[in-house]
Design a protein around this ligand. Sequence first.
Ligand code: ADP
Ligand code: SF4
Length: 689
Amino acid sequence: MRDPRYDILFEPVAIGPLTAKNRFYQVPHCNGGGYRDPSAAAAMRGIKAQGGWGVIFTEQTEMHHTSEITPYIELRLWDDKDIPSLRKMSDKMKEHGALAGIQLAYSGINGPNLYTKEVPLAPTALPIRTFTNDPVQARALDKQDIRDLRRWFVNAAKRSKRAGFDLVCLYGAHGFGIFQHFLSRATNQRSDEYGGSLENRARFVNEVVSDIKDAVGDTMGITLRVSLDETIGALGFSNAEMRDFVEMNRDLPDLWDLAHGTWEDCSGPSRFKDEAAQHDLVKGIHDLTDKPIVGVGRFTSPDVMVKQIKSGTLDFIGCARPSIADPFLPKKIEQGRIEDIRECIGCNICVTGDMTMSISRCTQNPTFMEEWRKGWHPEIMNAKGDSSNVLVVGAGPAGLEAARALSERGYDVAIAEAGTELGGRVARESKLPGLSAWGRVKDYREYQISQKPNVETYFDSRLTAAEILEFGFENICLATGAAWRRDGVARQHVVPMAIDAATPLFTPDDLMDGKLPQGNVVIYDDDHYYMGGVLAELLRANGCDVTIITPSAYVSDWTNNTLEQASIHKKLAEMGVRIVLNRGVTEIAKGYVTSNCVYTDALEQYACDVVVMVTSKLENNTLFTELAARQDEWADAGIKSVKLIGDANAPGPIAWATYAGHRYARELDGEEIGDALPFRREIAELAAD
Ligand code: ADP
Ligand code: SF4
């Protein structure tokens, strides 16, 4: 059972008129599903309730139609019609005794209103500040608007109560919520009683909290989420001013929810932010208030959590990503199963579901957002099917997750791995600069498998089709991975490009094998995710002159979706990496590459000794092709199925591989569904006319 050192994490704590059963607090987080996928989002929160969280919040909820953040998909509480789907979520949250919270957002200067076509309202008339630089400006709220807005907040709080929520969180952090826009001198340049002094800038939040307390405060807790530091210097809502604000308003909300600066600051990836990274910004705030404090910091270690409580820094352990990677984190600590915690790796793939308006995934937890769509539970697999054993070839993230999940179902599993360690690409990539936390993908699965009597692992086993046909396994799962291409094929070049054979050319695989070039290196990045930037960092740290050339307008372009692109550019620039944007590479010659402008095709040469190709990958699927060619021998060999999964099937990010492995394990021996849709979805009901 539970280690007594962690007892403190399970103490009940009051929030206004209510009491949370423990200190585990799932702070609001997006999921890419929101109002479009209400049942999927509700079921995801319900799993957290099962997992033992004391407080569970929604994602941000647009509380009035005059402020919305299309194209991003969150929740809506525009009128009574939104109540049923929100009630579905609050019901799920409360099933196991958690407090259900709703985050009310009025986006002000952050809401372009592309859908409602309403004129955005903000403390001061300024251009809308979003990820997408929308060409829209906000009008300044006049006094009547402020009175209206106060009433809209009260209406939203009343509707939240009717929708079954216990807690209301007023969003004033990350630059996303209007309370911050009022508090910050940067976004509040008013000369009336709502602007100027800190007292004046704090007037609006005081009025709204007081209004809501009058309306629902007898039964609901009111929390305020504010930024710890706007990170734009003295003009913004700095950490020092934030402390003044808390001190001046020490008992304003029932709980202070403290979150760092922008979303990029607050949800920084492990490449740039460690666990408990916000500690110094939060430290000491407790002395300024009598109300409890929740803070975040990608907490996955119960020892770090205990330290946060015992040092008087936090009262609640706020988690978004750690609760996504392991919704059962509190339960596992409670049951003394620390080793079973599936620790978040800080890759921010979950964030990409929101940024791409798709639906979120998690690298560590492939069941995230599939709880309702596919009926997948993060801790419980479906029952075993008719066959009894599986040979998994390849121990990368796809093979390891397949083996882990298959063993949970009760299959006998043999893993054959060509190399001498588990983890495949994850083991290799986690040795690159900043990516060590990614090794947790392997660590979690390696430990789980080691606890299973029905999994055998064979190293140094590069299998051939002939061997597989001799072994007599019923099911063959080929997770043999992929290798980086050398021929330049990716997006700019769909067929191999001109390469002088005399030019030393490296791929990411070569570098990960320890073959490190010297001298003047050009990295040609037509992959656009993290690898090009990470290798630039590696080579620069190794003393090379590094130029990274990419046809995109951003270095490591896709990392805009993981909230780290700006940090990557800054780091590379500060290290002295030359960043060449909007240019491709048309020819690799001895001593130079020729680069074209993607707009004008104007050519330029860049001298180099060595070229590193970060382009695309080739599937290692020959084993599958050979087995497929010998299908008429399968029955005699006792083989019922052969399936290719993960990077060997189609290369992608690591999350795609763990998903593929999990899906394989779920679906083995399953019913053939033919052309039917492999997941559930919801479609808006048509109006009568
Ligand atoms: P994924 O991301 O799809 O899991 P990886 O490239 O990470 O793919 O892992 C693939 C693993 O498969 C590597 O560890 C590799 O050594 C192993 N592998 C490739 N071909 C064979 C083979 N024929 N027999 C056994 N293992 C193989
Ligand atoms: Fe953590 Fe990555 Fe999962 Fe997000 S996707 S919860 S960052 S492991």
